[in-house]
Design a binder for this molecule. Sequence first.
Ligand code: SAH
Length: 277
Amino acid sequence: MELVSMPGQQAKGKVWLVGAGPGDVELLTLKAYRILKNADAVLYDALVSQDILDLIPDSAEKIAVGKRAGKHSAAQGDINQLLVTKAFTRNNVVRLKGGDPFIFGRGGEELQTLVAADIVFEVVPGITAASGTSAYAGIPLTHRDYAQGVTFITGHCQLASRPMDWQGYANANNTLVVYMGILSANIISEGLINAGRSPETPVAIVSNATTSSQQRFMGKLGELAQLAADPALQMPALMIIGEVVALADSLNWFDPVTAQQKTAQPQTDLDIAAKAR
Ligand code: SAH
């Protein structure tokens, strides 16, 4: 990893590494909201929803440093450099990331850069995609009858040919949540089934979770690759694998259509703030 420093100089600003949550603007924390409102510059990822970007004051510089799976590494050094540069020229710099910055968000790497450059920072956690998806798709990640644990993994590592611990993930009493897994759906289902997980295990792929475009694709582990290849499936999408997925039909409460109507009629302060712009 490239470390950026400006020897002999003291940054005037501070950087807040902020989690924006999975999409629904009301899932932003109050702390994240307050910090965004005071921002002088905001560097944001492609995953941050438009409703949240609409909360950033006009006076703040908004910089898209968007990246999607597959294009990560090339841009990371530039993002690190930009963060340091902004901290030398602005007071309140926000690095805004989808979900939680410390879960598959490279937040740790960016903070290491700040430490090397002697820049002061704070971290504001966000609701990670697994929690947002779980809640809005009616799939509890643990349940005393079905799953005693939950594991978050990235499907992206598989593409980078790092070994996956299929044996460890194949435990039938554990829920598996796969981030960035759509392109490796085939490898994931094969790996788990070969390690002993039943092809009948219920699976869900949920796209645009917590937003009015949320879609759920339900099936069995043996047909994960077909589900992932559905032409209607949009990104971002998360996979949940495990017996808890069978609860989704009875616990499904979130109606994206109603959510859309709600966004069309401002109801909360956050809605009003977003709509006022
Ligand atoms: N730091 C983020 C994750 C970044 S990795 C977090 O904590 O949520 C990007 C992956 O997150 C996507 O490939 C997808 O698998 C998942 N993801 C993020 N937002 C999502 C959403 N609204 N719906 C479904 N999956 C989402």
